[in-house]
Design a protein around this ligand. Structure first.
Ligand code: SF4
Length: 318
């Protein structure tokens, strides 16, 4: 299953996810990543799936939703890794567009200096780029990039893309306690944002189990300082996403196990949210224990709460 959800999203409304990358292939290995550590670090774009298969799954998903009178707001490429590593991304966007649902891509933006990546993202309606650092040293700590990436080149790629892009560009900055939540780093990020002028700058904190257990969310004080600095320096609209906002309203079809695998693959789900879903849909709760016993999903703890996440060795898509 490559197409999952829809997943409720504060930024994108009701969003059908496209998981176009196998777990977990990325150009970064961010210590805060909710998908765990990166298994395969790469910057070479390759084909992972047949675009026709993605199209077929997307059509089936829309049919399934139509039968329940549900309208999706976006197809969003939010995969098990970095979506622009998929060499067919542009083709997939072109194939999905005629279906009349807007297309979003959430990218770490590390490959935007490549002309073909830029061309592919130009076709999306909404693009989010990550900007977690303003200097190379912080970038290496917060994103742990592939060795061949150059920070200057990454920032230049984002700036060039922002200049020509006609869709909605937003930025995403993850603030981690003691790494990038200091006044100097935030000031530098504010300057970059002032240049690229996203429609909105989203500030996030690690709200789900991170890849490294030393990662802690930035404090409320740091977050409000960041909001003030970024608004003040760049004049950009800033919004904070601190975690619990996006966890209600997951869509489940008759194939609950498959849906759970799809959602927990890219989005660890809190136990209390899962319990509410089980109750609301009158589902047999033992399905969770079964998936855990089969080694398909894992239980994780973060900030005193239990989460479920798909095991990366449980196979792509589930
Ligand atoms: S947070 Fe995104 S960019 Fe960072 S390692 Fe995870 S998938 Fe890659």
């Amino acid at each position: 299953m490559i197409v999952y959800g829809p997943v409720p999203s504060r930024r994108l409304g009701r969003s059908i996810g496209i998981n176009n990358i196998p777990p977990k292939v990325c150009s970064y290995s961010c210590p805060y990543c909710q998908l765990g550590r990166t298994n395969t670090m790469q910057i070479k774009r390759v084909a992972f799936h047949n675009p026709e298969d993605i199209l077929k799954e997307a059509e089936a998903k829309l049919e399934q939703l139509a039968a329940e009178n549900i309208v999706a707001d976006y197809f969003s490429f939010v995969p098990d890794g970095e979506p622009t590593l998929d060499i067919n991304l542009g083709t997939e966007i072109r194939m999905l567009k005629p279906m009349g649902v807007k297309i979003a891509v959430i990218s770490n933006a590390s490959l935007l200096w490549m002309e073909d990546v830029m061309e592919d993202l130009m076709q999306a309606d909404w693009v989010s780029v990550s900007i977690d650092a303003a200097d190379e040293k912080t970038w290496k700590r917060i994103n742990r990039p592939h060795g061949l990436l150059k920070h200057r080149e990454v920032l230049d790629g984002i700036a060039r893309f922002a200049k020509d892009y006609k869709g909605v560009l937003v930025s995403e900055t993850m603030l981690v306690d003691g790494i990038n939540d200091n006044i100097g780093t935030i000031g530098g990020i504010a300057e970059i944002l002032g240049e690229i002028k996203p429609a909105k700058a989203y500030l996030l904190v690690p709200a789900r189990p991170p890849a490294e257990n030393w990662v802690k969310r930035a404090s409320r004080e740091s977050l409000s300082m960041a909001v003030g600095i970024i608004r003040g320096k760049s004049g950009i609209s800033v919004e904070c996403i601190t975690g619990d906002e996006e966890e209600e309203g997951f869509f489940f079809s008759e194939d609950i196990a498959n849906d759970l695998m799809g959602i927990t693959s890219v989005h660890p789900v809190r136990e209390s949210v899962m319990n509410r879903l089980i109750e609301k849909r009158n589902i047999d709760g033992s399905i969770i224990t079964e998936l855990v016993n089969q080694g398909k999903i894992s239980e994780l703890y973060y900030e005193g709460r239990k989460y479920y996440r798909k095991n990366t060795n449980a196979g792509q898509g589930k």
